[in-house]
Design a binder for this molecule. Sequence first.
Ligand code: ATP
Length: 453
Amino acid sequence: MSAPTDAQRMEKIVSLCKRRGFIFQSTEIYGGLNGAWDYGPLGVELKRNLKNYWWRMIVHERDDVVGMDGAILTHPAVLKASGHVEGFSDPMIDCRTCKAHLRTDQLVEKRGIKQCPNCGGKDLTEARQFNLMFETHVGAAAEESSVAYLRPETAQSIFVQFKNILEMSRKKLPFGIAQIGKAFRNEINPRNFTFRSREFEQMELEYFCRAEEGMKWLRYWLEERLNFYENIGIPRDRLHAREVPDDERAFYSKGTYDIEYDFPFGRQELEGVAYRTDYDLRQHQKASGKSLEYFDDETKERFIPHVVEPSAGVDRTILALICDAYAEDQAPNDKGEMESRIVLRFHPRMAPIKCAIFPLLKNKESLVTKAKEVVALLRPDMTVFYDESGAIGRRYRRQDEIGTPFGVTIDFETLGEKDPALRDTVTLRDRDSMKQERVSIQELPAMLRECIR
Ligand code: ATP
């Protein structure tokens, strides 16, 4: 069988995501809402695992970071000060022939002439700036004074609450404030499945430090974040840290790295790690008239801290996890014949369902009762799935396809019918190697906990 092209691979992934309940097009029964996606029963588990692990590594396991959860509705003053009202826009062009709305960087150039990538038309409008923010109105009156925005990034609420959090947490520099939440951008062309959406989630850390240590912390966080991706199962050799050149960087940034991943549709940004200097706090201090300075008890200095920001996309990371995990290989069926199988090789830490539990036969009450006891034993520690229908090989296959790393089968040996020494042992099957081992039920919770934490 020839290796599938990348486009084919992407198509298979999108279809698996729908078929097995990871990701659905939003509002599908009404024809869809472009740029919005709904996560199904397995997608939401995967997403929670990712966000919980990020929160654990960034907030719970560190002394120098605290969390917050800010409002999505944002006062225009915040986004005026941050520069988003003026400058958060993409240059846009319309094709007069096919009426497509395009970002200027999507035009194709043939013999020096810009063309529409859809119809080849050369009759294009002048470029105009298109602001990516979603505007709404607060309260009953739809007038200028009631304008609010859906936040285009989570970062600004961190800057705006900097003083409150600094005072209550009594943190000393360097320290960080972390947040996970929704962000909204009216992207001109949402595409590549969930990669570029209009509604998405971010996981952002603002790590405040002294100016002279900015570059040091930039390098530190780049390394930390690369390690994070490895710890969720994305190997280093498929990640790329691109140093963003001067002319592409935001004017206030002294250094930025994009962490990129090789998606089936090309190498694209997963996360930005940016040294934003003191730009944001300074802007908010100026616009609000409130001091956002830090006071150093020891040196008696007062100054605006600098900040390093690792900003990751939840949805993009989920997409990378699914793309990376997707594999097709050969596995024996119940008759021992080799068949092709689809398997999601998620790291057990990320897998939506950790363990599937199968009684060998569904019409043998003692097997079913024992299997349900195992379900109850494991449930407080992990997501489990009980399945009694169909041949055992088929049941394994269904779990392989959703990335369940462990399968436990309760058979006659578990009941001690063949060999009393095997009473209360089960077979534990590994999704990737398909190897099976006999383990005692008692040992199972601790053994699996170790693999999934
Ligand atoms: P891009 O260049 O791809 O538009 P960006 O550089 O504008 O991204 P940032 O403003 O740095 O993105 O946002 C930080 C992170 O938020 C990105 O690395 C990405 O993971 C996520 N993100 C940004 N825009 C989107 C989007 N439209 N859909 C999904 N995730 C997004």
